[in-house]
Design a protein around this ligand. Sequence first.
Ligand code: ATP
Length: 305
Amino acid sequence: MKDYLLTTNDLTKRYGHQKAVDRVSVHIKKGAVYGLIGRNGAGKTTFLRMVAGLAKPTGGEIVLFGCRGKELENIRTRVGCLIEGPGLYPGMSALENLRTKCILLGIHKKGYEEELLSLVGLSHTGRKKAGRFSLGMRQRLGIALALVGEPDLLILDEPVNGLDPQGIVEVRETIQRLNQERNITILISSHILEELSKIATDYGIIDHGSLIQEISREELMERCSERIEIAMEHPERAIPVLDRMGFKRYQMADKEHIYIFERLEESAALNMELAKAGLPVRSIGVTSEELENYFIQLVGGEQNA
Ligand code: ATP
């Protein structure tokens, strides 16, 4: 069995008759950056709040670091979260904000706050008050605050929402650094798949409270990457031709399509070889699916709830 840091089994949250989260089962490996993708109102925040211990599930189960039920209370300090905006004191500097949180948690380590500031790229902010920070700086300070106490899991709810491109890059780099250098597992939500595509190692796609798909980065890239797409009857009959030509990275997509993920410039030659083998091709061409289209095709094209 895989080494999962967090799994949920049929996790559910009802508000009256509405199921904000409906039997969601995720599988998050240790060391992953898990992107929870869904439109506004899909249930992301509610799901993250339950995992963080801020909302009580009405059904299902959370297994975190091997603990479940009441045991979860004992491991809360191993989870850091930034949900629904960072709780900053606007009249304080970044350092003072961090110091206050450390005092609250009883952490007294020399140079600790400075180290966290450097980790999120805010060492240079000096006495500037957090209330005067840009949105991106505030988010990074929020992340630093969530890191107080050395969590093994960091939960970030739409941390790049509303940021300008530069802010997005900075937050993204911070997240990547935390994951790679500190080996922190990260659960991060967004309504834009593309936005997480540079950092997420796994994805959970959620819509109307239900998890529609869990997919690894490799699988997603494979589905969206550039490929030769061949439409023909009985595509399995093309396999000997592909093998003879030395193609290795191909896939029977469905009963009428084959995808080939290499040597894209050879589609014409391939067409000829298939014709020679008596296998008529209905169409052949190089295509790629945009990540965002993939997401829309999964959840349907309707407007945000
Ligand atoms: P957003 O990005 O807009 O925050 P989301 O994917 O995080 O969306 P949630 O905030 O989890 O979605 O909301 C899911 C559904 O649950 C929504 O229809 C919302 O109106 C409803 N909901 C969330 N919190 C409550 C609450 N406290 N009481 C009643 N309904 C709620």
